[in-house]
Design a protein around this ligand. Structure first.
Ligand SMILES: Nc1ncnc2c1ncn2[C@@H]1O[C@H](COP(=O)(O)OP(=O)(O)OP(=O)(O)O)[C@@H](O)[C@H]1O
Length: 329
């Protein structure tokens, strides 16, 4: 039996612009196992949202260039929109970035939900709304909110409602894009825990949890994939990524996180020096080389391959072995 819900192989998704291609996803490989929460992290602009959106709906100017994304045995990159529509919501669902701003201000929540599910051929009858109410109670929302307008709900309530709506058909894979970003710390924790709770209850099969917030991922993700400028830098169990990363970019990202017991009145928070490269018409080579103190000649000539160095550990760095030997790394 295949234990993977999603297998992505050498996937390339580029934005077509008047000045050329923005190579936002440029030959990435990864998999999501059944029952797994895969965290996806990296600096702004590294391609996290492009990946999430591109898997579910390719909208111009984003173009599929090559590669595969096999969802439960089917390469979804080859599917026509009509065929893909059958999978959306049921097999693959997404909570896009800023989803909680997408509620119509003029429709009551009940009407909003009815309109969405009707588009997917579901009758929003009493049985359907009994299930909705059951799910609302799982996320501490009262059934009475169905008669509210979205402006009457707080950000945290809207995000929990979005979570319920996106998972009503028990999708095999849920893509969550920055679902905690606009929330206060306690709502963030609640929403993040909801995702693992929904997985444990088998409401969703697996999840891809996209965020720039590694501390949230450490709480909920089984494995974390670190992206850099449209490439995969490292993939490993969450514990490894946070406590003993190997890629120089992951190391820099982790060491830029605020530390416990440090007073930042006395000490400055360290960022990563430099900025990510422009992805427009970018050529070969390691895209982190401009900011990496370990970069050598090969790094500017050849794009590092994703190398499996352990059962669950993948790294794209020509020099990771030398870096490992450096005690100051
Ligand atoms: N419509 C577009 N046209 C051209 N380039 C785009 C478009 N949308 C995004 N990009 C570029 O694609 C790259 C990846 O962007 P993306 O939004 O996927 O990154 P991200 O990691 O999700 O960032 P953030 O954390 O800020 O949401 C960036 O270089 C971005 O400038």
């Amino acid at each position: 039996m295949n234990d993977k819900i999603l297998e992505v192989k050498d996937l390339k998704l580029y934005y077509k612009t008047l000045r050329g291609y923005v190579k936002a996803i440029d030959g990435i490989d990864f998999e999501i196992k059944k029952g797994e929460i895969l965290g996806v992290a990296g600096e702004s602009g590294c391609g996290k949202s492009t990946l999430g959106n591109g898997l579910i709906l390719l909208k111009k100017p984003l173009n599929y260039i090559s590669g595969e994304a096999i969802l439960n045995g089917t390469n979804i990159m080859n599917l026509k929109n009509k065929e893909m529509n059958k999978l959306r919501f049921k097999n693959l669902s997404i909570i896009p970035q800023f989803a909680m701003d997408a509620f119509s201000p003029t429709k009551k929540i009940k009407i909003f939900i009815s309109d969405i599910v009707s588009q997917h051929g579901i009758n929003p009858d009493k049985n359907f709304f009994d299930k909705v109410k059951e799910r609302l109670s799982l996320v501490n929302l009262s059934p009475s909110i169905l008669d509210n307008y979205s402006i009457e709900l707080s950000g945290g309530m809207k995000q929990r409602l979005v979570m319920v709506i996106s998972t009503l058909l028990d999708p095999d894979l849920l893509i969550c894009d920055e679902v905690t970003s606009a929330l206060d710390v306690s709502s963030q924790r609640f929403v993040a825990n909801m995702i693992s709770d929904f997985r444990d209850r088998k409401i969703i099969g697996s999840a891809m949890f996209i965020t720039h917030d590694l501390s949230i991922l450490y709480q909920v993700a089984d494995r974390i994939m670190i992206m850099y400028a449209g490439h995969v830098a490292e993939i490993a169990d969450s514990d490894i990524i946070i406590k003993s990363p190997k890629h120089p970019y992951t190391k820099a990202l982790i060491s830029s996180l605020p530390k416990n017991n440090v007073q930042y009145i006395n000490e400055k928070l360290k960022g990563i020096e430099g900025t990510p490269p422009n992805l427009l018409n970018i050529g070969d080579g390691c895209r982190f080389r401009f900011r990496c103190k370990y970069a050598t000649e090969i790094c500017s000539k050849e794009t590092p391959i994703q190398k499996k160095i352990d059962e669950n550990h993948v790294i794209s760095c020509w020099n990771y072995k030398q870096i490992e030997g450096d005690k100051n790394a």
